[in-house]
Design a protein around this ligand. Structure first.
Ligand SMILES: Cc1cc2nc3c(=O)[nH]c(=O)nc-3n(C[C@H](O)[C@H](O)[C@H](O)COP(=O)(O)OP(=O)(O)OC[C@H]3O[C@@H](n4cnc5c(N)ncnc54)[C@H](O)[C@@H]3O)c2cc1C
Ligand code: SF4
Length: 328
């Protein structure tokens, strides 16, 4: 590990100043991803700016939305009464992530920005365009079981590893950001990037900006939500496939619906075509199967992940059945 400086800041302005004056500085919140990456030699910031005591630690319901501060831990958010009441899908997704100990440290902002778990990204002896632009992508011809089936490029086929992000994109969350030019908001669907020819960039957040919180607009989904995650172990493992479903039912008719998948793309993957197809239809297994077929259009597998082309639609149908209360 390289030597680095450490400072703890007590104000947003101080954090922004640190980022502006030192291009090699990185914010650290829970440290559960960044410190690992530093130990592996994947990232080597000159300076860590600790924002864990900044005070972005409120969860409040106001102005027709739920607001969650960036340094709230995943544990606190997943157990919060307002999150459980108004946005249970978010809690369900977060509880499927990591382990209780990790969720105690992991923050909302850090979870949004956690980096891919592609093994070649962590292996500094292997070419990886995300870690070292222009060096090549070892996963393309390598072991690509965990990798993308949507939106990949010849530069990178990695997936976003977060569970929370899948729920947030389904819920049309908005990321609150502050930077040298002031405050701005980024819709969750535009926060993460596809790899294209710049896989080293995971998001549209500027290096000098800080995430201050997440806002989730009110909806009518609380009664019918499911986050279904398929993984190699039942705990402490990243998703092979995950599906977030939120439905507003009128009897057995789908009045409104949100669908997103994890483990399939460089960003949490919203399934808008399937949503549009299901709106106004009956909640039935036959319709769910048709929607799942539609959702998989354009999917492309690599040598070791063709199983995802079957697992993903099956997981989607099961998640839809669970969310809408269909037992058979
Ligand atoms: C063994 C293991 C298993 C895991 N399993 C899962 C899993 O199954 N599902 C899952 O979703 N996650 C999983 N995780 C990932 C875990 O959820 C993340 O490591 C965690 O959410 C990161 O949050 P943090 O606060 O610790 O981030 P940090 O490590 O502190 O920071 C991560 C990145 O975010 C940046 N950052 C942090 N806060 C801000 C902010 N407010 N503004 C701007 N930048 C910021 C940092 O600069 C850094 O680049 C696992 C992690 C481990 C170690
Ligand atoms: S898939 Fe992306 S992260 Fe993995 S080796 Fe290729 S470039 Fe690196």
């Amino acid at each position: 590990m390289n030597n680095f400086q450490y400072t703890r800041v007590n104000s947003q302005a101080a954090a922004l100043t640190e980022l502006s004056k030192n291009p090699a500085a990185k914010l650290v919140a829970g440290g559960t991803n960044l410190i690992d990456l530093m130990k592996y030699g994947v990232m080597a910031p000159d300076k860590l700016v600790d924002i864990s005591k900044l005070g972005f630690n409120e969860i409040k319901k106001e102005n027709s939305a739920l607001h969650i501060g960036a340094t709230v831990s995943n544990s606190v958010a997943s157990e919060n009464a307002d999150v459980l009441k108004y946005q249970p899908l978010l809690s369900q997704a977060m509880l499927m992530g990591a382990s209780p100990q990790l969720r105690n440290r992991a923050t909302m902002g850090g979870n949004l920005l956690q980096r891919t778990r592609c093994v070649y990204f962590y292996d500094t002896a292997a070419p990886c365009n995300k870690r070292e632009p222009g060096s090549g992508c070892s996963a393309l011809e390598g072991f690509n079981r965990m990798h993308a089936v949507f939106g990949a490029s010849n530069s990178c086929i990695a997936v976003n590893p977060s569970d929370m992000n899948v729920a947030l994109v389904a819920l049309d969350a908005v990321i609150m950001v502050s930077g040298p030019k002031g405050n701005r908001t980024i819709p969750m669907g535009e926060f993460h990037r596809l790899p294209g020819s710049h896989p080293e960039l995971d998001t549209t957040l500027d290096r000098k900006e800080i995430i201050t919180g997440i806002m989730i607009p009110d909806n009518n989904f609380a009664k019918n939500t499911t986050y279904l995650k398929v993984r190699d172990r039942t705990s402490y493992a990243f998703a092979l496939i995950s599906v977030a479903v939120a439905i507003e039912l009128d009897g057995s008719t789908i009045k409104d619906i949100r669908l997103a998948m994890g483990g399939v793309a460089h960003k949490p993957w919203r399934l808008t075509a399937a949503e549009d197809m299901l709106k106004g239809k009956e909640a039935s297994v036959a319709n769910f199967k048709l929607a799942a077929e539609l959702a998989m259009e354009g999917a492309k597998a690599y040598e070791h992940n063709a199983f995802k082309l079957k697992l993903a639609p099956n997981t989607m149908v099961q998640a839809l059945k669970t969310a809408s209360g269909i037992k058979a």
